[in-house]
Structures are given as structure tokens and as C-alpha cells.
Write a protein that binds this ligand. Structure first.
Ligand code: SF4
Length: 395
């Protein structure tokens, strides 16, 4: 895909008025690739101030043929799409863009039953326009009931919350963007990165880590980030993406975006998850790792298998044949692990991780390697125990 053209010219972080932070205004919104909508909903709070109204109107003006419904008393997650059935709801959600506000947008994660360190994360967006069939987010309670693509308009308040929380700490602390959304997929519409990156660049404590599959990076290379923003891209070999991802930037385009962002001095990480044991996976993943490590100067690579709630698995199996390389390799539904997600058998996970670790060590012996959502004894088995807690979403 062609990266979007430049869509803002100047960074303006602070307003002189009573509000310290503001929505982006000095940019030209652009329709992002891969966002294919037929309905825009203006939910509660979306146009409650002149600043918000101006912002929303500019985005809506890009979609003259799309139905726009004002439901100003309805919270963003209570929009009725008037469809029945899980798959229909999921598909209608991907075609619906909602503007709303999110009160509790900065949260501390609550991972249990695996080694993931808990961390701060924040949500200026909800869910994502891409079409990964394995999407774990699709099966989480909030998204299952409200699978629309959301832009939360209260970015200034979110930044103020991050600031308040960060100021309670005395050492650099990461705030992760990408847990409940894609971090950059909607950036051509919002230019939120033009506020976020300078905010973190100037902050003494807060740092931003973010995860994306987007290639909307043209403008990022011109922002002074001060080393306080760390990008990570979710990648998989093209052979895997061809089967399990649709309506997503190609792997090669993602690698190019990673290279360009790294060339602009950002720290760049890779997230190779979920590994999927398609036919010939050994050769496919070895070759891909070689390509990835040659093409991009990664500072860290985090790997993981499938980690999926049963609702997400059901949606995946509606979208593709039941006999797919994930479904046939996960443990039976009754054998869920401590965090309630379904995974591949331990033997398969160790087998896949070992091959990738071996390949990485041959090419870049010093590259930081981590596992995502894994049990402690798997880290020990693979000799990675010293890296526990040095994974994708944290510093
Ligand atoms: S990019 Fe992430 S959130 Fe979006 S569909 Fe793919 S897996 Fe789901």
C-alpha cells in the first residue's frame, strides 16, 4: 500500500487558553486506507464543545456519501447497529465509525496467570478497521458487544490523565497504546500522533510505547520525539498473512514503515504474534526472520502463540474453514490455562519458539528476545528467564 500523504504541517501542543491540551487542528484530514465505512455515529460527548464539533465536522466532510447519525444521549458502546448474530454484528461494527468520549481511558492492565508485567495503557481509539481473522480483541467482552471502530474525542483530557498519573512516579514509565486498538490506523483522520509524540517528548516521566500494523508514518519522521516514543509493529510472514489477515497493510509495506521510522531515530520493536503453524512453517518462519532482521534495525523482538478467548475463536471459525492451522492446533476448549485463553499445546509452542530463537541468535546474537502471554516455566525451558519483564509494551 502507498503510505498516506503528509497530513499536517505543524505541531502545536499547548493552547494558551484554560485547557492545557487541545485537539489537533493544524492539519488536513485524509481518508485512511483500509477504513471502509458506511455509517458514522456521533455519540454522547462527541460534539459537546465547539472544538470537538469542528474536529468531527472536518472528518465527516471526507465522507459525503456515508450516513451520519447523531445519537448524542447514547454512550459510544451502546450504539444499536440493528443487526443480529455475532458475525453480522462484527462485520457491521467494522463498517461503523463512532465518535464518542471515554472517561476511563488510562488504565493499568490486570494480567493474571502469565508472566506479562502489568503496565499503563491508554485509549484514544477503540478497536480497529483491519480484518485479522485471529483477532483476540474481537472476542473480548467490550468489543463483542460493541464492535464499532471508535475515535475518542477527549484526547486533551486523556493527556491530562496521563500527565497526572506519570507525575506520581520518579522514573520513566511507559504508557502503551495498542492494547484495545491499532495505534496508527486512524491517524490520517485524527493526527492524534501530532499531539501524542510531542507530549511524551517533553514529559520528564511518561514514555509512549505503541503497537500497530499501519503504514501511516510519513509525518512521524518529522516530529521531534526526543527518544520518548517506542514503536512496535505486529508482523508475520506473508504466507501467514495471506491466509489469516485481510484488509491490512502487507508485510513488506510494514517492514518499509519500520525501516523509515527507525531511520528517523525512533526505537523500533517487532511483535511476531500469533505464530501460526501453517504447512512448512519451519522454513517460512526461518526465512522471514532472516528477512526481518536484515531489513529493520530492531531493538527487541517479542514472540507469542495464539492466545484467544473462545468468542474470538468462534468469530475466526465463522470467517474461515474450521480446519485451519490455528483451530487444529489449539488445545481442547476444556483445557484453558490460568488466564482463560486458549493456546497451542506446550510442545508446539516450545518447538516454534525454539526455532525462532535459534534463527535470531544466528543472525543477531544480542537482540533482546521476549515471550508474550507465556508461563514462567516456558521462559525457563527456553533459557530466556533473564528477559522476563523486558517485553514489548514496557520500557
Ligand atoms: S490489527 Fe489487531 S485489533 Fe486490528 S483486527 Fe488485527 S488483531 Fe485485531
Amino acid at each position: 500500500m502507498k503510505p498516506s500523504s503528509k497530513y499536517f504541517s505543524q505541531i502545536k501542543l499547548f493552547d494558551n487558553g484554560s485547557n492545557r491540551y487541545s485537539l489537533p487542528s493544524d492539519y488536513e484530514p485524509v481518508r485512511p486506507d483500509f477504513l471502509d465505512i458506511n455509517h458514522i455515529y456521533l455519540a454522547k460527548g462527541s460534539i459537546s464543545t465547539p472544538e470537538r464539533k469542528r474536529f468531527v465536522e472536518r472528518v465527516c466532510s471526507l465522507y459525503p456519501d456515508v450516513t451520519i447519525t447523531e445519537c448524542l444521549e447514547t454512550p459510544h458502546n451502546r450504539i444499536n447497529l440493528n443487526v443480529t448474530g455475532e458475525l453480522n454484528l462484527h462485520q457491521a461494527g467494522k463498517k461503523s465509525l463512532v465518535f464518542g468520549e471515554l472517561g476511563n481511558a488510562v488504565r493499568f492492565s490486570e494480567e493474571k496467570g502469565n508472566t506479562c508485567p502489568n503496565y499503563w495503557h491508554f485509549s484514544p481509539y477503540g478497536f480497529c478497521p483491519y480484518g485479522c481473522k485471529y483477532c483476540y480483541l474481537a472476542g473480548t467482552q467490550g468489543v463483542k458487544l460493541s464492535p464499532t471502530v471508535k475515535i475518542f474525542i477527549n484526547l486533551p483530557e486523556i493527556l491530562a490523565q496521563v500527565n497526572d498519573i506519570a507525575n506520581q512516579f520518579n522514573k520513566p514509565t511507559a504508557f502503551f497504546l495498542g492494547k484495545l486498538q491499532d495505534a496508527l490506523a486512524l491517524d490520517p483522520l485524527t493526527a492524534y500522533s501530532s499531539k501524542l509524540i510531542p507530549f511524551f517528548a517533553m514529559h520528564p516521566i511518561a514514555r509512549m510505547t505503541l503497537l500497530t500494523k499501519s503504514t501511516n508514518i510519513d509525518h512521524l519522521v518529522r516530529i521531534n520525539h526526543n527518544g520518548h516514543t517506542i514503536f512496535s509493529w505486529s508482523v508475520n510472514p506473508p504466507e501467514v498473512c495471506d491466509i489469516f489477515e485481510e484488509n491490512v497493510p502487507s508485510t513488506e509495506d510494514r517492514l518499509q514503515a519500520m525501516y523509515r521510522v527507525a531511520a528517523a531515530g525512533y526505537r523500533v520493536r517487532g511483535m511476531l504474534m500469533p505464530l501460526i503453524p501453517i504447512d512448512g512453517w519451519e522454513h517460512i518462519y526461518s526465512r522471514f526472520i532472516e528477512h526481518l532482521l536484515t531489513a529493520v534495525p530492531l531493538e527487541r523482538l517479542t514472540i507469542g502463540g495464539i492466545c484467544i478467548y473462545s468468542a474470538a475463536r468462534k468469530i475466526m471459525e465463522h470467517k474461515m474453514e474450521l480446519h485451519n492451522a490455528i483451530s487444529v492446533n489449539v488445545e481442547s476448549k476444556t483445557r484453558q490455562q490460568g488466564d482463560g485463553r486458549v493456546r497451542y499445546t506446550e510442545a508446539l509452542r516450545v518447538n516454534m519458539y525454539s526455532l525462532i530463537i535459534k534463527t535470531v541468535r544466528k543472525i543477531k546474537p544480542d537482540l533482546g528476545l521476549a515471550l508474550c502471554m507465556e508461563d514462567q516455566h516456558i521462559w525457563l525451558k527456553l533459557g530466556l528467564e533473564d528477559n522476563i519483564g523486558r517485553c514489548n509494551c514496557v520500557l
